[in-house]
Design a protein around this ligand. Structure first.
Ligand code: COA
Length: 328
């Protein structure tokens, strides 16, 4: 127990799901004026997955959630918190978390969505960690799930090459030892013109209803802000834990762009073989990207018990944040 007698939260199971359809850079060459070479050198992306027409964010979330629960050895009735980080919910309401709760067969646990775009999973881990530390929950299911393909303008080459669909999930449980060491989340709402879907329920709703609510982005300033801000969150996280750059065993970054990931690795003095990179095969899946990457490194045995893992993300809002944990 900590001095204040509060439990820690630790991840006891992970899961992930990618839709079956692969959209390669070569496929995109046939859709917009682009090349595999341009996409790969600027972003590190080779291919992304696209949800089938009838496949929703909740469908992707359910696959990832069931795998995480199976790996954790728990059932839905064991959960007392369900959080879904998503920017692309199934419906205006009920929340995707409530839709998922019904499918999993849990009744009574609080369930809600978290909207912090690409930082959504980090925000959701922060919230779940606080539920567990205060004793309000013992077991939490935290999911990042997105169907970004539904808000991408497939005629806009500057954005459509970047995004993909997917879901990742973790189960958190209260325990006497870390677990999560610290979480850090921030936002600065002044930059909404740089990265947004500028249509919705109560603003530009005609465009929303016409199915033309598309993602818009000024790539260059977003890139610069992401690199600067992620450098700062690394410093904040290390300093809060009185750690140095050499104390991090694994970096599990938001998977938006390999050049942004490399900049953070450089900041930490880490070689790229200690950085979990999955952006090449699923592109930017927004809130799903960190749990997708985490699951891949846990499943193949790279991340081991006792190792220190830093997760960080930056996204629309702007929002940004980090989670530092000791792998249990
Ligand atoms: N294929 C070919 N050319 C393209 C292209 C594409 N898919 N998209 C844009 N271009 C062109 C531009 O039109 C521009 O042409 P011009 O010089 O004739 O005007 C040129 O490539 C350079 O564009 P620019 O936007 O300056 O490129 P960049 O080096 O900044 O790379 C991004 C663009 C989007 C890859 C980069 O800005 C980026 O990764 N930004 C951050 C995006 C991100 O991660 N967002 C999510 C944050 S969570």
């Amino acid at each position: 127990m900590t001095q204040s007698n509060q439990p820690f939260s630790r991840i006891i199971g992970t899961g992930a799901y990618l839709p079956a359809r692969v959209l390669s850079n070569a496929d995109l060459e046939k859709m917009v004026d682009t090349t595999d070479e341009w996409i790969f050198t600027r972003t590190g992306i080779r291919e992304r997955r696209i949800a089938a027409e009838q496949e929703s964010t909740c469908d992707l979330a359910e696959h990832a959630a069931r795998e995480a629960m199976a790996n954790a050895g728990i059932t839905a009735q064991d959960l007392d918190l369900i959080l879904v980080a998503t920017t692309t919910p199934d419906l205006v309401f009920p929340s995707t978390a409530c839709l998922l709760q019904a499918r999993l067969g849990n009744q009574g646990a609080p369930a809600f969505d978290i909207q912090a775009v690409c930082t959504g999973f980090v925000y959701a881990l922060d919230v779940a960690d606080k539920f567990i530390r205060t004793g309000a929950a013992r077991r939490a299911l935290v999911i990042g799930a997105e169907t970004m393909s539904r808000i991408v303008d497939w005629q806009d080459r500057s954005t459509c090459v970047l995004f993909g669909d997917g879901a990742g999930a973790v189960v958190l449980e209260a325990g006497d030892a870390p677990g999560i060491l610290s979480t850090h989340i921030h936002a600065d709402g002044r930059y909404s013109d740089l990265l947004a879907v500028p249509a919705g329920i109560s603003c530009n709703s005609a465009r929303f209803k016409a199915g033309e609510a598309y993602l818009t982005m000024k790539g260059n300033p977003v890139f610069r802000m992401a690199v600067k801000t992620l450098g700062e969150i690394v410093d904040e996280t290390l300093s809060a834990n009185r750690m140095g750059r050499g104390d991090i065993d694994w970096l599990v970054p938001h998977q938006a762009n390999i050049r942004i990931i490399q900049a953070t690795a450089d900041k930490l003095g880490m070689s790229m073989d200690k950085v979990v990179v999955t952006v090449d095969h699923h592109g930017n899946t927004s809130g799903a990207s960190i749990p997708l990457a985490l699951h891949s490194a846990v499943r193949d045995g790279r991340i081991r018990s006792g190792e220190t893992v830093l997760m960080e993300a930056f996204g629309g809002g702007f929002t940004w944040g980090s989670v530092l944990l000791k792998w249990a």
